[in-house]
Design a protein. Structure first.
Length: 201
């Protein structure tokens, strides 16, 4: 929860330039989805317009947040009905590409948990959709160098595609929310070499 809370002011600046609350559709109610939803619920400047999951987790999360949020089992219906400013995607990786592309096509900004997609081609598809829409793509990227939890960086960079990241960063259309990785990722992109540091799931 602490990390989610710390990045929200940055997300607000990145997504919107006015003082209106950002209407967020929360998609996925597992550990990360619930953490993001709790942060959106508690922090000023954000408003949850809907919660999506295929199981009962959305009801459980809604109860923890005090109730009252619209609940959906179908993501595409939720996207159409709620018309959010931004979509927070914390679902299984094989859904990321389709969900993100649909959000961009609906005119939404996207916050997405790693990976952007489960293939490089899928990540490139998401990037293309972001560029067409002119909306922002924010990637939640956990590195885990202190806690021992996280991802194997080299594998994930390959999955996303170095050219995809470089393109978005240069266009100021991508932000990565885990600050520990920024300097090393920038070095990786500039010289094309892989990162040697490893972490475990």
């Amino acid at each position: 929860m602490g990390k989610c809370r710390s990045i929200l002011p940055l997300l607000r600046i990145f997504f919107m330039s006015n003082n209106e609350a950002i209407r967020v559709l929360v998609v996925g109610c597992g550990n990360m989805g619930a953490s993001h939803a709790t942060a959106y619920h508690q922090m000023p400047g954000f408003s949850i317009c809907g919660i999506v999951s295929t199981g009962k987790s959305k009801e459980d999360l809604n109860t923890k947040l005090g109730g009252g949020y619209p609940l959906f089992s179908d993501y595409y219906q939720a996207l159409t009905v709620t018309k959010p400013d931004a979509v927070c995607i914390s679902t299984y990786p094989d859904t990321h590409e389709a969900f993100a592309v649909a959000a961009f096509e609906a005119g939404c900004h996207v916050f997405i948990e790693k990976p952007v997609a489960d293939t490089v081609a899928g990540a490139e598809h998401v990037v293309a959709a972001a560029r067409r829409s002119g909306k922002k793509l924010v990637v939640g990227w956990g590195y885990g160098t202190k806690s021992g939890r996280g991802i194997r960086t080299t594998k994930s960079v390959k999955r996303l595609g170095c050219s995809v990241l470089k393109n978005l960063i240069e266009r100021k259309q991508l932000i990565i929310t885990d600050y520990d990785i920024i300097s090393e990722l920038s070095t990786f992109i500039s010289n094309g070499t892989s990162l040697d540091r490893k972490s475990t799931r």
